[in-house]
Ligand binder design. Structure first.
Ligand SMILES: [Ca+2]
Ligand SMILES: [Ca+2]
Length: 615
């Protein structure tokens, strides 16, 4: 591939704007049946979706077994109107079929791919996602069996008095297919991994060592990975009043090269040291463009949550480490409380950055985790106060949002308050979640039951929606949103117009040519990586530097208001994302071990015994 083209590609930032239209659509009068390619649990809702590229009247469907015998139907197909490239959609409800087996759905002369029904359809899936995080490791990298940026990280920049000082911050994960690293996304990912283990430990195996190489080490791999995140976050918070937020910047995008020989030049020579940015509470950017930072709390709250959770999870395994984490959790939380406001990522040569606008959600989660760790009521009351500042994640019900404007995309703090709170607090936070779910599902009357805005990283929003719906169902026993929760999961695993599983290596049809240097140059499958997902056509067409490099195999399905391309050139829809992958690991762990219908509002958290309830 021409280097010039690759340089153009590399201009993009993970989940970030630069475009040209998709190839012209091809005529196709076919009917396709989209299913969850992992399968369905016997006791869960089960729906397939028909996408007809031209208007079709479909009355009924049948389900047949492996010997072609009809086991269900004819049953009514539920007309659900047009959606994107689908001129007509139908929902096919085969929930009544609850016997394990492999089936096919037959409708209007079309036959679906095999559909598996079994208790274990999600078994091992969360662990599969961890493979992507190992591949993304900075510092020692188990894929390269070599160091990545081990000696270059990093030089303090944009500090009022200490710029130029070397601070050792090697480690963590590259944020996406570029090599930037962010405190906010790393802390959120670490938190989701820790929660996944806390709530669903039986979903995870032990096949890898702490350094990411194969071989069991007596520690579940999800904790090996979470600790990898925690170790980096500790380095990124080296002193009580020095909170580091970002390693590298968009000058990273100058070259399309492997992380082991990254030749980006930050002013200290090609392949030289990388800059590390502190939170300053002021607008940041070393060159023309500036972000709109106002405080420290958005990052501080996220670090506090990860440290406090880590302290709880590692208490029984490494008590000295747990004590260190607990001390850092208290300190960074206090720093956030003293400096409310957001700490956004810093742009360099391009105008793009993560435009996080909310911080109360982060402080809420930090406070809730500190309460769970320490039993000190001050933290609990603070968590409730922060919760009231942002009851509903503001993107829910909206058509659009700026890049990472309300992050994380679900407010995990509400669930954490519920775990430790008394009845009235529990009712309050459950209602907060309900309002958000209601706002999304009001927009989800389409055949796929998807109500998110198709902004950058739309799959992140679906993972968050599924997480919040899961929490709400567990908290209340109310299954009102279960159809939408399963629709989000089904969408991510192939029940979407393109029939693509959005996780590399899972399902039968998944991204083969993601936007990744490592995948492209090493011909390596980035198993476990959740890609960005479809975006509005209007976003795709206005991005700079995107050029599809091969014919679009999904062209017939890219004629509508949203597009997706399995093309190395499309960094807007086909780039794996670290934080969304970690969030999805939580969702998949839950579905691997628990029957989706057995909510338990009275039993506290199912996986760990509840120690106490606040008054
Ligand atoms: Ca392990
Ligand atoms: Ca936030």
């Amino acid at each position: 591939m021409a280097r010039a083209a690759l340089l153009l590609l590399a201009v993009g930032v993970s989940c970030q704007p630069a475009g040209r239209g998709a190839p012209a659509p091809q005529g196709n009068s076919g009917v396709t049946i989209r299913v969850n390619q992992l399968g369905y649990r016997p006791d869960a809702p089960k729906r397939a979706v028909v996408c007809a590229l031209e208007p079709r009247l479909i009355a009924s469907f049948r389900v047949v077994d492996e010997r072609d015998r009809t086991v269900l139907g004819p049953s009514a197909a539920d007309a659900a109107g047009p959606f994107g490239s689908c001129a007509a959609t139908y929902r096919l409800d085969f929930s009544m079929l609850d016997r394990a087996g492999v089936y096919r759905i037959v409708v209007a002369g079309a036959t679906s791919p095999p559909v598996r029904i079994a208790d274990d359809v999600y078994r091992g899936a969360a662990d599969s996602l961890l493979a992507y995080l190992r591949e993304q490791r900075s510092g020692y990298n188990p894929v390269f069996r070599d160091s990545v940026h081990q000696h270059s990280d990093g030089v303090l920049v944009d500090h009022p008095t200490r710029s130029g000082e070397f601070i050792p911050v090697s480690g963590g994960w590259a944020d996406a297919s570029d090599y930037l690293q962010y405190g906010a996304t790393t802390a959120h990912a670490t938190t989701m991994l820790l929660l996944a283990y806390r709530d669903h430990p039986e979903a995870f195996a032990d096949r890898f060592q702490a350094n990411g190489l194969p071989a069991a080490n007596g520690i579940p791999d999800v904790l090996d990975e979470a600790r990898w995140g925690l170790e980096w976050l500790l380095k990124m918070y080296p002193e009580d009043d020095l909170l580091l937020n970002q390693l590298g910047d968009d000058r990273d995008h100058t070259f399309w090269d492997l992380p082991v020989n990254d030749s980006a030049d930050y002013g200290w020579g090609r392949g030289g040291r990388r800059p590390v940015y502190p939170c300053t509470g002021k607008p940041q950017g070393l060159f023309e463009y500036k972000n709109r930072s106002t405080g420290l709390a958005s990052t501080a709250g996220k670090y506090a949550a990860a440290f406090a959770l880590g302290a709880g999870v590692f208490q029984g395994r490494d008590s000295a480490y747990a004590r260190q984490l607990a001390r850092r959790a208290r300190a960074v939380y206090a720093l956030g409380a003293a400096h409310p406001g957001v700490c956004q990522t810093a742009p360099a040569r391009s105008p793009y950055f993560y435009e996080e606008d909310d911080w109360a959600d982060d402080m809420e989660l930090g406070a809730a985790e500190l309460y769970a760790l320490t039993d000190e009521p001050t933290y609990f009351h603070a968590a409730l106060q922060y919760a009231a500042l942002e009851p509903v994640s503001p993107w829910m019900g909206q058509d659009t949002a700026r890049h990472y404007q309300w992050y994380p995309w679900h407010n995990n703090g509400h669930y954490e308050i519920w775990r430790t709170g008394g009845d009235s607090a529990r009712r309050v936070v459950a209602e907060y979640y309900r309002r958000g779910l209601e706002a999304v599902t009001r927009r989800a009357r389409n055949g796929f039951r998807i109500g998110i805005p198709f902004i950058w990283c739309s799959n992140n929003l679906l993972a968050s929606f599924a997480t919040q719906a899961h929490f709400y169902r567990r908290m209340t026993g109310d299954s009102t949103y279960l159809e939408y929760e399963t629709a989000a999961l089904d969408w991510l695993f192939g029940s979407n117009p393109w029939g693509v599983s959005m996780v590399i290596g899972l399902g039968t049809t998944y991204p083969r040519t993601p936007h990744s240097v490592v995948a492209q140059q090493l011909h390596l499958q980035l198993t476990g990586g959740l890609v960005d997902g479809p975006v509005y056509r209007s976003i795709f067409e206005h991005l700079r530097g995107i050029r599809l490099l091969e014919a679009d195999e999904y062209a017939p399905f890219n004629t509508g208001f949203i597009v997706y391309h399995d093309d190395v050139g499309d960094y807007s829809t086909n780039e794996p994302i670290m934080d969304g992958t970690a969030n999805l690991a939580y969702v998949l762990a839950g579905w691997a071990v628990a029957s989706p219908l057995r909510a338990c509002p009275q039993c506290g958290d199912g996986a760990t015994l509840q120690r106490r309830r606040s008054p």
